[in-house]
Ligand binder design. Structure first.
Ligand SMILES: Cc1cc2nc3c(=O)[nH]c(=O)nc-3n(C[C@H](O)[C@H](O)[C@H](O)COP(=O)(O)OP(=O)(O)OC[C@H]3O[C@@H](n4cnc5c(N)ncnc54)[C@H](O)[C@@H]3O)c2cc1C
Ligand code: SF4
Ligand code: SF4
Ligand code: SF4
Length: 503
């Protein structure tokens, strides 16, 4: 490479660094989102971009060899990152911060969705609205409603964090002869409308002539209704006791009618999360006419994206008619929407396949691991330095990714992840209880194939529930030990107690 070419790249790099100032997209983020999740294509664009990155032949990953200033240039070149606003939140014409000006509306955030529907009904611009309210028989169970009056509408404000069968409501409304419909739904609901209405073989498009104004909610996740119910039960609460649910900054709040608040990390609800949400990449209802969410706005306000011409017109008219207050969204605030949208798009990469094993300590101890006898490594002869480096790299192949006590602290749950980037075969996992110097209640299981970045989850009943013993976890493959870790119940109990107190 000639000197001029080098200078050319350096100049462009410096200019780009200047343009990306404040992006916080460091090499660490690239590793976290792309490399450690196994979606790196080994293209080396990051290496070619920055003098502080080199390609590590041993681990087959990019490696930092200098001080990263977090400029984001490498992150912006990587084919696997999503950096352009339109790719994150879709096309829109204007962004606003807004709230309802109708005093009776008690919305989830700004009450804007309900105020817009009220405006459309009052002005007879729609025949009905399709919204979601709570079932009268089962509190907090979502129930789709065909709404034609103010009284009915006011009962549908607020968010219910479970899937609602909104499309049944839409088709019923069309069958009943409604031709102009205001529809509210999550991004996945809006996608269904988009397909039924706009796609060549969409049912609504082909056979039913209806005009729909699609108001899409922002949505990061939803949970199974029964799951939320049983989660609350573990906190000695019923659905009936809950006045409002909110999700903000990774925390879910259950606000009780008594005024008390149960706040938990959204991750604590992972097991109740609807499976579809793990595969969902649309935060902001990209196919809606108007999108509404809470992120980016202060409490009591909603963030609005006007996407289509009709969407923008409805918003401006509703503001002029005194139903909503509308302020242009400052650029700095939109950053929060983009950040959350990026998290959602990237979650498809960070999605971890997980298999779960429950280990019964009554199992007989086999004379050798079911995966077969451990065998000597065969293959080419390598120099000592390479062997030492490879052995060190193998020790990092498996990582601990979680440790907890479940079911009234009777079971130890731990998670391990194959961090190597390639499949591991005939892996044996051994867990044993340590008393004094002896291991007893040993348990083996074999994993035939452990896929790259797949998480394995094990639960193992504590041998003596009240004793604060240690347990030993050992993971091997036919080439030798991949991982050993002592689980100290005393330390774990102290950590869990500390976490409980800090909540
Ligand atoms: C499952 C879910 C997840 C969400 N996640 C996020 C998030 O991560 N980040 C974010 O910024 N905003 C999120 N929102 C949107 C946010 O909670 C508010 O709905 C939005 O800000 C509008 O508030 P508002 O006060 O203007 O609406 P309101 O005037 O209170 O009206 C809310 C409207 O939502 C409808 N609705 C309620 N529950 C459902 C449901 N399950 N399915 C379909 N429609 C429903 C109601 O019918 C009503 O019309 C989520 C909403 C839902 C339903
Ligand atoms: S300094 Fe180099 S490694 Fe760090 S973010 Fe910038 S380009 Fe990437
Ligand atoms: S630019 Fe992205 S995909 Fe290419 S090697 Fe670097 S991390 Fe991997
Ligand atoms: S996260 Fe996606 S799939 Fe789940 S409710 Fe929201 S829009 Fe639907």
């Amino acid at each position: 490479m000639g000197t001029n070419e080098k200078i050319g790249i350096k100049d462009s790099f410096d200019q780009l660094q200047e343009r990306l100032k404040g992006s916080k997209d460091s090499f660490g983020r690239l590793m976290r989102e792309v490399v450690n999740t196994g979606v790196c294509t080994h293209c080396s664009a990051c290496v070619a971009t920055c003098e502080f990155i080199e390609w590590d032949l041993l681990t087959e990953k990019p490696k930092l060899i200098g001080k990263c200033n977090g400029c984001g240039v490498c992150y912006s070149q990587c084919p696997r990152t999503i950096t352009v606003p339109r790719d994150l939140i879709g096309r829109y014409q204007a962004a606003y911060i807004s709230k309802s000006l109708i005093p009776e509306i008690k919305g989830q955030d700004g009450g804007v969705v309900t105020a817009l529907l009220l405006y459309l009904l009052d002005k007879k611009l729609i025949d009905c609205a399709i919204a979601t309210g709570k079932s009268s028989e089962e509190p907090w169970k979502p129930e789709v409603k065909i709404v034609t009056t103010r009284e009915e509408l006011l009962k549908t404000s607020g968010s219910i964090y479970s899937h609602s069968q909104t499309l049944i409501g839409l088709l019923d409304a069309i069958k009943q002869g409604n031709r102009s419909i205001g529809f509210v739904g999550t991004p996945c609901n809006i996608d269904a409308i988009y397909k039924m209405w706009k796609a060549p073989f969409g049912l609504v498009h082909m056979f039913m002539r209806a005009n729909i104004l699609a108001i899409g909610l922002f949505c990061m996740d939803s949970f199974s209704y029964e799951g939320l119910k049983s989660f609350l039960k573990t906190h000695k609460l019923t659905m009936n006791a809950i006045e409002k649910m909110t999700i903000k900054k990774g925390k879910m709040q259950f606000i009780q009618k008594s005024g008390e608040i149960l706040e938990v990390s959204v991750h604590d609800l992972d097991r109740y999360r609807s499976s579809s949400c793990q595969y969902c990449t649309d935060l902001t209802s990209e196919n809606a006419d108007i999108s509404v969410g809470s992120v980016g706005s202060p409490d009591g306000y909603s963030t609005i994206l006007a996407r289509t011409g009709i969407g923008l017109e409805v918003l401006l008219d509703a503001a002029e008619a005194g139903y909503i207050e509308l302020q242009p969204m400052p650029r700095g605030k939109l950053k929060w929407v983009l950040n959350l949208a990026r998290m959602k798009k990237a979650q498809l990469y960070t999605l971890r396949r997980r298999r779960r094993y429950t280990l019964g300590f009554e199992e007989p101890i086999p004379s050798h691991p079911p995966g077969g006898e451990l065998v000597e490594a065969t293959g080419e002869i390598k120099d000592t330095d390479t062997i030492i480096k490879q052995a060190a790299a193998r020790q990092k192949t498996v990582k601990f990714s979680g440790l907890n006590l479940l079911f009234n602290q009777k079971e130890i749950e731990f998670r391990v992840i194959n961090n190597s980037g390639s499949s591991l075969e005939n892996v044996t996992v051994k867990i044993s209880h340590i008393t004094e110097f002896f291991e007893d209640h040993k348990w083996f299981t074999t994993v035939n194939v452990w896929y790259p970045f797949e998480e394995l989850e094990f639960s193992y009943p504590r041998v003596q529930e009240n004793a604060e013993n240690e347990y030993l976890c050992e993971i091997k493959d036919p080439l030798g030990t991949l991982f050993t870790r002592k689980i100290d119940i005393k330390k774990l109990l102290a950590k869990l107690e500390k976490e409980r107190q800090s909540k």
